[in-house]
Design a protein around this ligand. Structure first.
Ligand SMILES: Nc1ncnc2c1ncn2[C@@H]1O[C@H](COP(=O)(O)OP(=O)(O)O)[C@@H](O)[C@H]1O
Ligand SMILES: [Mg+2]
Length: 132
């Protein structure tokens, strides 16, 4: 498997295919079945946000290493409208779209490391890592 999986997300089909690929990618990277499903769930939330709030964007998965630990990094990026108040967006049940508002805080809980970089007019980038 190549080191990196990079997918353009502009339709539900792109999103669901990428979620499936994320499960396989995580398995091949050495994760067990349950954590691989967790990583795929995080990918699902992030691709859903890209489609809903930005329309189109990119989802990238890569294997990472740090002091002998191995893991997977998810990077979801788009050039959509961005987020004015990132602290609010990270609160449980905050949604500007009338949905559950558990996507971003859920991804933060599911993964070991999480960062959200976004500003109005500057797009959004979420980077999250999970270690084996
Ligand atoms: N890629 C994005 N671009 C712009 N805004 C976003 C993006 N992802 C999340 N947001 C903002 O963060 C809020 C919280 O996201 P999330 O926790 O996934 O909940 P939900 O998707 O149910 O609204 C969204 O309602 C939206 O305002
Ligand atoms: Mg969401």
């Amino acid at each position: 498997m190549s080191a990196e999986l990079r997918r353009t997300i502009r339709s539900e089909t792109d999103a669901s295919r990428t979620v499936l690929e994320a499960t396989l990618y995580s398995r091949e990277a050495g994760f067990g079945e349950a954590p691989s499903r967790i990583i795929a769930t995080a990918v699902s939330e992030l691709t859903r946000n890209i489609l809903k709030y930005a329309g189109t964007g990119e989802l990238c998965l890569r294997k990472v290493k740090d002091f002998g630990r191995r893991g997977v990094e998810i990077e979801a990026s788009d050039e959509g409208p961005g987020i004015r108040d990132c602290d609010a967006a990270m609160q449980d049940h905050y949604s500007s779209g009338g949905t559950l508002g558990l996507g971003l805080p859920g991804v933060k809980r599911m993964m070991d490391e999480f960062s959200l970089e976004s500003a109005p007019g500057e797009g959004t980038r979420v980077t999250a890592r999970k270690w084996i």
